[in-house]
Design a protein around this ligand. Sequence first.
Ligand code: SF4
Length: 396
Amino acid sequence: MYSSVLEESQNPEQINYTVDVITKKQINCETIMEYKNMTKYEIIKWLREENPEELARLWHEADNTRSVNVGNEVHLRGLIEISNHCVRQCAYCGINIKNASISRYRMTFDEIIECAAMAHSFNYGTVVIQAGEDYGLDTEFIGSLVRHIKEEFGLAITLSLGERKDTELLSWRKARADRYLLRFETSNEQLYELIHPPSNNIKIDRVELLCKLRNIGYEIGSGVMIGIHGQSYENLADDILLFKKIDLDMIGVGPYIPHPSTSLGKNIKKMNLSSNLQVPATELMCYKVIALSRLICPEANIPSATALATLNLTNGRETGLCRGANILMPNLTPVKYRSLYEIYPSKACIFETAQQCQSCIASKIHAIGRAIGKGPGSCKKRNTGNTDVGKICSKF
Ligand code: SF4
């Protein structure tokens, strides 16, 4: 195959250039394969790495892998936080049902459509419709929302609405929602139960649910918090290996930021580990996980999370983009609701309008020499746009 490419090149300079590109690509592919098959021991070693020269190598390899596999475009997903009602009691989350100190809101149909119209006018390819686990958002409401956004604006739609019934997930997929986000938070079962108590004593296996979502044709996204109390280096390495095992299309990771109105924030029921085992909730650790996720799952879409901007407002998101990430999520939620969607405190960008977020994010992307992605920015290995929804849904 390579020789036929060379034969077609007439100009000797062009031939040299082509050979150079091919050789680099071969080297890249070999190196990428090595990283893709990293062992748990190797992952832990990187997570514990502190040597700046070694880390510079990690950032370089992750950025290189990102460039070869998902290109230079940064895709924008406009985030609409449609409700802060939630029936769950997650020990780390500021909008959990037990927090009586916040006002609750649920956006109207028209308000949400207005945000989607803005996404369309800003040329975002996707809207992310996110809420707590709110059963006030019923099957029909979300279904009509998805149909309306698809028909009116043709945007890709990501849903992030918690553990919903199979029939609802199926119905929203039939309405042509493209993607579903559900973080598994940690692969350590004991820690998971502590931070994410089951609703009505019904335990849902989130990994199993993600596989169901995949079977009905959603692109699936998941992820973990970094540095939550009780998370060991070994746990985090297992989490990263699980990203690969379930072949995620999207991987979202962010730092654990304690919320003072939660049981973990108040140091109640905390799982304590000795400091040499506990993963720190630092900016550096987040970059390591982004970089390792990119190396191990080269084709996944990986956001540089807004929570990184909370730790480093000056250039947290850009740094994430230079260490393996390829997605940003500008906020479209009306300003009057933003501060109420307080999963963690001191969230970045709660006072800026959607327009301000759009121009701020565009300038950050251009400043690092990357381009804004066009179109839905689906995961390259799948193409939900061409999926035969009827056929796939019958597998559920
Ligand atoms: S993490 Fe999600 S499910 Fe848990 S309390 Fe917060 S919004 Fe609800």
